[in-house]
Design a protein around this ligand. Structure first.
Ligand code: G3P
Ligand code: CA
Length: 336
């Protein structure tokens, strides 16, 4: 009971303090630190914790439904191996595009797992929700938007959507225009311009350009675009000052991995700081790095605990928002 009361207090206070900060909190795959990622329960919990945006990773089914799931595979968060053993491909994976929506909805969802050398499923995050406990299902992008818009109506809130097209070039090679379908859905649900509480994000550089140059004009909409990026040669050019300048002509901002801003093994957050955030800001773009987890400091030499990590990024680096698995801790931090 006390737990629910705390969530209520956090929600109420965070709503009241929305005006005090322009930093945004994005629930990464929902409140995924507490419930299996991308489930409706995780999204509702994130909403109640007072976030600004809830993230959806989206892939497409065989019958062209938009599925909220991080991978274009089903075999790291479901029981697909026991329900559809003969649908495995030669590479050992179960592809979402090989399954219809009704088949996908017949699966049970669990915490993310990996297989050990004996072939046993093990939780990726040992201290999170137990594997294959309770009842969770996969849902569509439409169903999630209806949940968020429904909660906006019933609570008077204004939580937005932050939607990633997962591997759009893979989908295109399979004859499926994932980005177009996502943006058509945005339009159908009223997310049509830069003021809308909606972001479209992707890791693919050419796809973001295609969205800006082709898809948005065809649909006659103009939503905020985010270029996701990781530490690899693929992003070398786009992260130079010239590259960022070009990007800023069509992107609202960037979503870099934490180690693009401060290397994981940096002894000191100031000494290790790259110029990426300053450079992006200098050309007018916002910066929303990923992923802030309570467990993160264990792998970082420069942060002592989660609060310290938030303090470094919000108060010293000056990021404009964060993707977090722990929305409640992040809301609490910003309230202070
Ligand atoms: O989209 C931002 C962040 O979620 C990127 O990482 O792999 O969790 O989608 P990933
Ligand atoms: Ca994502």
């Amino acid at each position: 009971m006390l737990k629910y009361f705390n969530i209520f207090i956090i929600y109420t206070l965070s709503t009241l303090t929305t005006f005090a900060t322009d930093k945004i909190i994005i629930a990464h795959r929902g409140a995924s630190g507490y419930l299996p990622e991308h489930t409706i329960a995780a999204k509702a919990m994130a909403y109640a914790m007072g976030v600004d945006y809830i993230e959806q990773d989206v892939v497409m089914s065989k019958d062209n439904h938009l599925i909220v799931l991080h991978d274009h595979y089903l075999d790291r968060v479901t029981d697909v191996q026991t329900k559809f053993p003969d649908r495995i491909r030669e590479d050992g994976r179960y592809y979402v595009i090989d399954f219809t929506l009704s088949e996908i909805k017949s699966l049970n969802v669990t915490e993310r797992y990996y297989f050990d050398e004996k072939g046993t499923k093990n939780a990726v995050f040992k201290d999170r929700f137990p594997l294959f406990q309770s009842y969770f299902k996969i849902h569509t992008l439409e169903e999630e938007i209806e949940l968020i818009q429904g909660l906006n109506k019933s609570t008077g809130g204004d939580v937005g959507i932050y939607t990633e097209a997962k591997n759009p070039s893979f989908h295109l090679s399979e004859g499926k225009d994932l980005s177009k379908a996502i943006l058509e859905t945005f339009k159908r649900y009223g997310y049509e311009d830069q003021r809308s509480k909606a972001f479209y994000q992707t890791f693919e550089i050419d796809e973001l350009k295609r969205v800006y140059n082709k898809i948005l004009p065809i649909l006659n909409i103009d939503v905020k675009l985010i270029q996701l990026m990781g530490k690899s040669d693929y992003y070398k050019k786009v992260t130079t000052i010239e590259g960022l300048k070009d990007l800023s002509l069509y992107a609202y901002g960037i979503g870099p991995s934490l180690n693009m801003i401060i290397p994981n093994n940096s002894k000191d957050s100031i000494l290790g700081l790259s110029s990426l955030v300053e450079d992006a800001h200098s050309v007018g773009m916002k910066v929303h790095p990923y992923t802030f987890r309570q467990e993160s400091p264990l792998a970082l030499t420069y942060a002592t605990n989660y609060e310290n990590l938030l303090d470094i990024y919000f108060n010293h680096v000056g990021v404009d928002g964060v993707f977090t698995d722990f929305p409640d801790l992040t809301v609490k931090f910003l309230m202070r």
